[in-house]
Every structure is written in structure tokens, then in C-alpha cells.
Design a protein around this ligand. Sequence first.
Ligand code: ARG
Length: 590
Amino acid sequence: MAPVTSLSDAVDQHLSSALTATLPETVGDVLLRRSDRADFQANGILALAKKEKRNPRELATDVVARVTTGELIQDIEVSGPGFLNITVTDAAIIRNLAERYADDTGRLGVPTAPHPGTTVIDYAQPNVAKEMHVGHLRSAVIGDAVVQLLEFTGETVVRRHHIGDWGTQFGMLIQYLDEHPHELDHGGTGDTGDAGEEAMSGLNRLYKAARGLFDADEEFKTRARRRVVDLQAGDEHTLAMWQKFVDESKIYFFSVFEKLDLEVRDPDIVGESGYNDMLAETCRLLEESGVAVRSEGALCVFFDDVKGPDGNPVPLIVQKSDGGYGYAATDLSAIRDRVFHLKADTLLYVVDARQSLHFRMVFDTARRAGWLNDDTTAHQLAFGTVLGKDGKPFKTREGETVRLVDLLDEAIERASAVVREKAQDLSEEEIAERGAQVGIGAVKYADLSTSASRDYKFDLDQMVSLHGDTSVYLQYAYARIRSILRRAGETRPAVAHPELALHEAERALGLHADGFGTTVAEAAGEYAPHKLAAYLYQLASLYTTFYDKCPVLKAETPEQVENRLFLCEVTARTLHRGMALLGIRTPERL
Ligand code: ARG
């Protein structure tokens, strides 16, 4: 079906043509925004008048004289120094929503972007043989929302989970496992959740034991170091052992991602080791082009603006003096792969802000090498730190990093208590299922509702609160609408009635619902899921006002009942779709 033009775009087009008629040279863009005073306010006339050396109020008045009112525009007037206040007709609101409602693809008539491209997004990248912590939560949750948003706009998205699966620490682990071959064995036939926990606790045990021996026993240390060499040389037996660690860790990762209700596909997991074959060539290319130079045996890239506290330049080390490759060489090789092989025009990295300097240097190096340019660009979507209630980086009372699984379990437990308390006709099984959807939704929403770059407090009390800007509030709003629609049943259908005069609360709700596509486009374009979260919260709030002010099933006439049910349907679909883009479930009943 043809996409639906939003009311704001339709009004903008009207104003633009009135403007072009007034000032033929100007391609009109008058900048509309929603306003408290009127449905829309155009505030672009001021700047334009200045440019054209005209009196803004006069120019505004000329434009108004050329705008035809009727079908779409109810009223347009000049206000203040030269703003235009525009009121659209009740009929236009309902007609537009009816078109959206008729879209059976679930897109609510929202068009795709005019020129979609290919984005490779690097997110959800935990490390092999290590616990996942809250930092990994952020990358996974934000990354997933960005994937959904971009795909909704028609972008081709390639997902890359750049897991930490390579490095010298594996020498120690492999050597230990070789000497204690049954350390990773477990019965593991239980359900996925348990298998994941079991896998991780096995890895933890082995890690501690290996570490202990490595620190205490010089001979073991030597054997472990020799293992690193074997691993890098591609010794078959050593690689097979390494693969065991990777596989075991994946069992654990998948169990956490499943708990998080996040889709991670195995072929998209291309960890650091996936670029091993490219490292030597990456270095050769950088050295031959002069982008990197040898310094004290290491291959380095220098930057004018990156200096240490002593004032000396701090280079990006691409190859260490002992010949080893590190994190930077891998990331530079990944860029070559993503640009030349995956044909990306945008590379996106959802990674902690504490790695920003690394990415700045890596991207700059890639640009100097010609792998990135004005058409093929890379961005770090840098996220802030998760803080505890005390405002300090989130740690256990013993000062240890908090295990992600423990947090999620606690969130689910708290949410289940909330669901149980409110539940009227839910079975135990339903309470457990909803508890998980509400708990995980709460954690995701708390993360997504603040701008990613900011730190945020992990506060479960606030997260599962029924009041305020929480996913629970949104989920309850959705469930409440669904319950009204169920009560209406088939006897009172949802039907759009553009001929009816609307209540103020209906207008506000309808206009906001119509802006869904505009918000999604903006949120996707800026990689800013928090803008969608804010939009949805506003939608739920406007619905609450509507519900207070406008009886639905007890409205005055049958037509009004149908029209209000129709508004309920449109709101529900928008909430459902929007929450899905954030990776959050909207249960039908709560
Ligand atoms: N595994 C890394 C960590 O846990 C994040 C990887 C980020 N991605 C990248 N291409 N370097 O910190």
C-alpha cells in the first residue's frame, strides 16, 4: 500500500507552496513543530524574512493569504513576531489515521527512507570465558533497538557481534584444560537457562584454577606461554581446545541473550579471531602507504592531537615489537572486511564511551588509509556508564562487577511481584511469563529512555514502578486498551468517523499518533532510541488523558463509540509497534 503522508508533512507542503507563490525564488521550508498553542507552529518565517530583508509579520501575512483552508487546514493565523499557528481539521486527523489503520503490513503507513543504504552494526560483544556485565547489557540493548529502527526505515543491516575470543589469556586456559581434560565437562541436558549458567560456572572455575597455577608455578607459566605460540601458529590440537572455550561461552551468551529476549544469530558472531587472516596484510598496507611507521620495533600510527600526560605522542599500536597483533589491528581489519566485503556505507559501533579514544584513532587511521571517506563513514555510538543507586559505577557491596544474570533475575522477580499484585485473572504460568516480559522490558526501557551517551542509575524500584516514565506504565496502558477493545467485542466495531467533531483530548491523541513515522525516522537517523521512548511515553500519557475525559463504550452516540474505539485501536497498534522497535513486549493482558 502507498505510504501515508503525515499531517505535519501535508501542512508543510501547503505552506511551502504558499511561500513559493509569495517568494518565487525561495524553495520553501518553514519548519513546523507541534505546539501548545495550536496543532502546529511554523517558526521558519523569521529566518527567511531576515534573509529576504522583509518584515516578518508582513511576510507571514502574505503567506497566510495564499493558504487555502478547508479539507486539511481549519485555521491559520499570524502570531507573535511572525510565527504561523496552524489548526488542522478534525476530519483530516481521523482520515489520516484511517489510512494508517488500513495498512495491514503493521507499518501504520510509514514510508521507508528515500535512499536506504547498508549499515554494519557492531554490538553485543561479550568476551569468551568471562562473565557478562552491565556494560554488555547496554551494548546489546541499545544495539538491538538501533537494528530494529534502521531496518524499519528500509536500511540493509548487517549485525556483527565482535566477541573477545582471542588473546594471550587463552594460552593459560588451554594449557590448564589440556592438563585437566575433564574440567569443562557437565551433564548439561537441562533447559537453556541452566545450561548457560552451568557453562559459565565451569569456565569461571577453570579460569580461577588456571590463574592460580599461572601465578604460583613458573613451569606452568612457561608451558602456558608456549601454548600462546602454538595457538597463533594454528596448531590443530590447540585450536580445537580453544574452540571448546568459544563453544562453551556461546552456550552461556545465548542463554543470557535469550533471557534478555534478544535475537542473536550464530553466523553474526564474528569475533576478534575472525580477522586473524587479515592482520598481516592490514599491517603491510598501512606500512607501505606510510600511514603507520616503525617506532622502537612496533608498527605505530601517530596523531597530532593525541598526547600522553608527559606531552609525548601516544600512538595507536598496530603491531607490537614482538610481532603480536592487538585490538587495534583487529578493528582495522574488521573495517576492511566491512567496507570492501560486506559493502557497508555506514559502520556503527555500539561501545562504551571509555573506548572512544581507541575508535577515534582507528577511524582516523582507516581514513588516512583510504578505507573510509566521505561516503563510507564510521561512528561510535558511545554509551555511558551504568551507575548504582549511590551514583558510583555499579559494583557489588564487595566491590566486584555485578553479574548481568543476577540483575536480570532480580528485575524479573520484582516485576513478577508487581504483576501478581495487580493480576486479576492471570494463572501462575501467565504471571511468570508476564513477569519476565515486564522485568526485561523495565531493564531495557530504563536503558533506552535516556540518551545513550549519558550515565544512568540502575534503580530497580524506579524501573518497575507503575507510575512515571517506565515500560511498565506503557505496558499497562497497552493492556488497558486491549481490554477495552475486548469488552467492546464484535458488537461495537472500531470505525473511523471523520464527520464527527473531536474532543480536545481526542485531537491531541490523534495528532500525536499520526507523528509516529516522523519520530521513527528521526530516532533512526540519529541512532537515538530515546526519542522513540519519549514519543511512546507521551502517547501513553495522551491516551490516559483521553481515557479520563472521553468515555469510550459509554460515549453519546454509536458513531462516537466506534470512532473512539478506532482511536483506541490506532493507539494500541502504535504502542505495540513502537515498543517492538525498542525490543519490548506488550502483553495483551496484565
Ligand atoms: N569485547 C569488547 C569489550 O567487552 C567490546 C568490543 C567492541 N567492538 C569492537 N569492534 N572493538 O569491551
